[in-house]
Design a protein around this ligand. Structure first.
Ligand code: F3S
Length: 753
């Protein structure tokens, strides 16, 4: 295991460390003395402290050392800006950035890409120069979708990857633990801090039998989603195992892992097998495959490994499924779908069929889809509905161009879009229906929440395999079942579509297509990062001020928020996404969705210095200008929702000192600490009710010590001063974050020493 095998073909000197992983695993094995699941082995072999780490599934917080970080362009902006503010010379963990989210589908691949390059120029320039400076691999717009590029180039069995996108688990198709995280987590790992994850529970899915006919790998996850529902995988890793796993292609396994994100799973994973080896070989990484074979015993579950929950699926009996509309867990087998369309009055006419995306754009997917189109055209029929194809990467696009599938799709009536997310993330300038008009679309994507694809809440979006998308596109109706129904050919004769066929891997190898990768230079120290001072989308982050060492006295409550305050209430998405790289501009959405307990309204609070009612961000800015710190009072589970770091950066930027709540969502609590804020909770949650929005408070910051309560002295407008006890969960290291102004300031200080 001490061989030197590079992790990938793009970087030099980053070797796969199975020896070290094995060593860590042996330490943990001796301690736990029980059979381990596959995902447990990978996680525990990446522990920062395998000797001392407490390990209990569903309870402990694991401190981990991931092998890689991957960022997509929308989330990379703030991640890199934060990393820059730490002043470190380069990333500590191999990292790549992928330009895929900002390309809008309008009229077809080439023109759409050119337009995106124009509109997003400043963002792309920033990402390309900062990547060069900090030793990050940069995949330019047009290169493809992050998860497809990771599978083709960077994923390897046994590895641990974090990525700033929820479908990062796609790489589980190559036997790695790949987890979607927020930008703040990515920054930690880029800056050499260990990464924390609550030890996941393990859900086993045992596959037996073999698929045939119209059933595709997608149907496995469509079925699992139906069983577990959108919440069923929360806090768990879904581990596929059993003889059925040997029958699936590597990219098919990727599809299944990808969509596991829809049931809330931390990630999903398959055991290392020959199909993965074949894929590694086809993508010019045979030495990695050979090395993995040496370590193969640890790249699957131990005999007798125990799962917290076990599901069994016989692939020989699995039917094709269609899930939706509006939620990915509403699973209907094709044999029942017609009835469901009638019973639910779903719009029967199929307006658009869309194949591709990070979920389903492998060579196998494209080949099978093309085989159906060829069959239809041999009977003189083409797509009745609008039809779009999104290749997952430039390599896939170039290969299907060479091998003819692309031409087939065009002849069939399809529009080939850019190698990017496009309609999957709502980057779709859809013109065929009006907003509000009820209609149906079907895609091979993973997510189908209301409005996701085209911002039309009346669009009924269904997800299924690419095979069924093509079949239904030919029929133009949701009530077509290719397994039983016939179509009418040009000659007037009825015909049944043949079952799809397609190669898992191209017989003539992959065609890499255009060169879309920018390697960082040997020495990036002289590179100037391009950020225009007049940009409204990007802004260099200044390090936050360190704590002044004093208690805060007589400061206002910016807002006493009542009820649910999610990260969406704290930092709204939608149109604000544009400003993700500009902290000052995006701060204009701070807490605008939170409900003020004083008047039951959103974004209307009293400025105690002027007596005027004003918007939350404007009031915070006024306090900041006057040198007044402020606190927020919050209700239960404050900051639930996502790991969006902007929800913690914004209050810090606008001069906040503490967020005091009945309770916190844990990730948000940690994010606040990272930015140098004080997340505090009432020792007695009823004290929330004692405080009025126009009270002034003293916060005794000097009391901050591990495990000690703190005091909030409340000065009511008319009444006696009283004290409230607050709890906090800071550890030694996190207290340093507060003192230094942020976790990154602390890193920078340590790096200087
Ligand atoms: Fe992109 Fe859609 Fe995947 S947004 S990363 S193609 S889920």
């Amino acid at each position: 295991l001490s061989k030197k095998v590079e992790m990938n073909n793009w970087e030099k000197g980053n070797f796969i460390n199975y020896a070290k992983m094995n060593e860590n695993l042996n330490i943990v094995r001796q301690r736990l003395n029980r059979p381990l699941t596959h995902a447990e082995k990978i996680l525990y072999s990446h522990l920062d402290d395998p000797h001392g780490q407490e390990i209990e599934r569903g309870k402990s917080y694991l401190k981990l050392r991931p092998d890689r970080v991957a960022c997509q362009d929308a989330t990379a902006q703030m991640a890199i800006l934060q990393f820059m503010s730490a002043g470190l010379p380069s990333v500590a963990t191999p990292t790549t950035v992928h330009c895929d989210h900002l390309i809008e589908a309008q009229i077809g691949g080439e023109k759409d890409l050119a337009r995106a390059q124009d509109i997003n120029k400043e963002v792309y320039d920033f990402l390309s120069t900062s990547c060069a400076k900090y030793n990050i691999g940069f995949w330019k717009p047009g290169s493809g979708i992050i998860h497809q590029i990771i599978l083709e180039n960077y994923a390897f069995p046994g590895a641990l990857l974090i990525g700033t996108d929820s479908h990062t688990p796609n790489a589980g198709g190559l036997g790695m633990v790949a987890i979607g995280v927020g930008g703040a987590d990515a920054v930690d790992v880029m800056a050499n801090l260990p990464w924390e994850l609550k030890a996941p529970k393990m859900i086993g899915v045992r596959l037996t039998g073999k698929m045939s006919g119209w059933t595709a790998p997608k149907d496995i996850i469509l079925k699992v989603a139906g069983i577990l529902t959108v919440k069923g995988g929360t806090g768990a890793i879904i581990e596929y195992h059993g003889p059925g796993t040997e029958t699936l292609s590597c990219t098919g396994m990727g599809t299944i892992c990808n969509m596991g994100a829809e049931i809330g799973a931390t990630t999903s994973i398959f055991p290392f097998n020959d199909r993965m080896y074949d894929y590694l070989k086809a993508t010019k990484r045979q030495p990695i495959g050979d090395f993995a074979r040496e370590y193969a015993a640890e790249l699957k579950e131990d005999k007798g490994a125990e799962y917290d929950e076990l599901i069994e699926i016989n692939l020989s009996e699995l039917e094709p499924h269609i899930n939706g509309p509006f939620t990915p867990d509403l699973a209907t087998p094709i044999s029942k779908f017609k009835e469901a369309v009638d019973a639910n009055k779903w719009p029967e006419e199929l307006k658009v069929g869309l194949i591709g995306s990070c979920t389903n754009s492998s060579y196998e997917d494209m080949s099978r889809a093309a085989s159906i189109a060829v069959d239809a055209m041999s009977h003189g029929v083409k797509a009745k509905s609008m039809f779009t194809v999104t290749p997952g990467s430039e390599q896939i696009r170039a290969t299907i161009e060479r091998d003819g599938q692309l031409k087939t799709f065009e002849e069939f009536g399809g529009m080939v879009l850019a190698n990017a997310c496009g309609p999957c993330i709502g980057q779709w300038d859809r013109k065929d229906v009006k907003k509000g008009e009820a209609n149906s679309i079907i895609s091979s994507y993973n997510r189908n929440f209301t409005g996701r694809n085209d911002a039309n809440p009346a669009t009924h979006a269904f997800v299924t395999s690419p095979d069924l998308v093509v079949a239904m596109t030919i029929a133009g109706t949701l009530k077509f079942n290719p397994l039983t129904d016939t179509l009418k050919g040009k000659d007037g004769k009825e015909f049944k579509l043949k079952e799809p066929t397609g190669e898992g891997l191209p017989a003539n190898g992959f065609d890499p297509g255009m060169d879309t990768y920018q390697a960082p230079p040997e020495d990036g120290s002289t590179v100037q990062v391009a950020v225009s001072p007049t940009s409204d989308r990007l802004q260099i982050l200044e390090p936050f001020e360190p704590w002044d060492g004093k208690d805060a006295t007589d400061i206002p409550i910016l807002i006493k928020a009542q009820g649910k305050t999610t990260t969406d209430h704290i930092s709204m998405a939608g149109p604000w996404l544009k400003y993700r790289g500009h902290l000052d501009n995006i701060s204009n959405n701070m807490l605008i969705g939170a409900i003020n307990s004083a008047n039951g309204e959103a974004n209307k609070i009293l400025n105690v210095t002027t007596g005027e009612w004003d918007a939350v961000p404007a009031t915070a800015r006024d306090y900041k200008k006057k040198g007044i710190k402020w606190v927020v009072i919050g209700d239960w589970n404050y900051g639930e929702g996502s790991s969006r770091e902007h929800a913690a950066l914004e209050p810090r930027h606008l001069g906040g000192l503490a967020i005091i709540t009945r309770s916190f969502a844990r990730i948000h609590e940690t994010n606040l600490k990272k930015q140098g804020m004080l997340p505090l909770t009432f020792a007695n949650p009823e004290d929330y009710d004692k405080i009025q929005p126009d009270d002034k408070v003293d916060l005794l910051c000097t009391q901050l010590a591990v495990g000690k309560p703190m005091t909030l002295r409340v000065h009511p407008k008319n009444g006696e001063t009283f004290e409230v006890e607050l709890n906090q969960t800071f550890n030694e290291g996190q207290i340093e974050w507060f003192k230094n102004g942020s976790a990154l300031n602390t890193m920078a200080k340590a790096a200087k020493k």
